[in-house]
Design a protein around this ligand. Structure first.
Ligand code: GAR
Length: 221
C-alpha cells in the first residue's frame, strides 16, 4: 500500500545519544520505494553522536537543548516549531530520553512512534535489560509502539524477540536486542507511513497481511 498522495511521508527523528536506530531508519529511507523520508534529526543534547552520523549522510539536523528552557512546555513549543520548519508529518523517537507533557503527546497521537528495548508491556522505563535478567525471562526483545502520554504504554505496532542465553550480561543482551531493533524500527515505520498500521480508538488496526513480528532467531548470539 502506498501513502494516499503517492508522496513519501516526511519524518522527524528525535535522538538524545548515539543514534544507531536513527541510522537504521535513514538507511531504510535511502530506498526510494520506502514510504517515508527522514526530513530532520533533532537532538535535545548538544553534541549527541547521532547528529554527526546524520550530517555525514546529508540529513538536516537541529539541536534543541532542553536545558535552556524554563519548563517542559516551552521546550516542547521549540521542538514543535523545529518539526514544523521541516514539514514533519510523523515523528520517530530513537533513544530520545525526555518525557513529554500530555498535551504534546496528544497532539502527535497516531503520528509518533517509539522503540523500546523490551517486549512491552514488560519492563517499561529505565534499564529494561537489567529488569529482564532480574525477572529470569527466557525470551526478550523490542517493541515499536505509538506514543501516548503514559510512558511506554502506547498501542504496539511491531515486536521482535530474542532468546536470553545462559551467561548473558546486560551488555550482551542489549547487543542482541539492538540488532533486532535495527531491523524492527524500519518495519514499524513502513507500516505506519504506508497506512498499513493505524491508531484507531486507542488500538492499532492493521491492513490485511501486515507483517508485525520478527521471529525468534535460534542462531542469534
Ligand atoms: C535503544 O536501545 C533504544 O531502544 C533505547 O535507547 C537505545 C538508544 O540507542 N530507548 C529507550 O530505552 C527508550 N525508552 P541508539 O541511540 O543507538 O538508537
Amino acid at each position: 500500500m502506498s501513502p494516499p498522495s503517492g508522496q513519501r511521508r516526511r519524518v522527524g527523528v528525535l535522538i538524545s545519544g548515539r543514534g544507531s536506530n536513527m541510522a537504521s531508519l535513514i538507511e531504510a529511507a535511502q530506498d526510494p520505494a520506502f514510504p517515508a523520508e527522514i526530513a530532520v534529526v533533532i537532538s535535545n543534547r548538544p553534541g549527541a553522536p547521532g547528529l554527526a552520523r546524520a550530517e555525514a549522510v546529508g540529513i538536516a539536523t537541529e539541536t534543541i537543548d532542553h536545558k535552556v528552557f524554563g519548563d517542559r512546555a516551552s521546550f516542547e513549543t521549540a521542538l514543535g516549531d523545529g518539526l514544523a520548519r521541516h514539514g514533519v508529518e510523523f515523528v520517530c523517537l530513537a533513544g530520545f530520553m525526555r518525557i513529554f507533557t500530555d498535551p504534546f503527546a496528544e497532539r502527535w497521537v497516531g503520528r509518533m512512534l517509539n522503540i523500546h528495548p523490551s517486549l512491552l508491556p514488560s519492563f517499561k522505563g529505565l534499564h529494561p535489560h537489567r529488569q529482564a535478567l532480574g525477572a529470569g525471562v527466557r525470551i526478550h526483545g523490542c517493541t515499536v509502539h505509538f506514543v501516548v502520554p503514559e510512558l511506554d504504554a502506547g498501542p504496539i505496532v511491531a515486536q521482535a524477540a530474542v532468546p536470553v542465553l545462559a551467561g548473558d550480561s546486560e551488555d550482551t543482551l542489549a547487543g542482541r536486542v539492538l540488532a533486532e531493533e535495527h531491523r524492527l524500527y524500519p518495519l514499524g515505520l513502513r507500516l505506519v507511513a504506508e497506512g498499513a498500521a493505524r491508531l484507531e480508538r486507542g488500538r492499532t488496526v492493521y491492513a490485511d497481511g501486515a507483517a508485525t513480528t520478527l521471529g525468534l532467531r535460534p542462531d542469534a548470539r
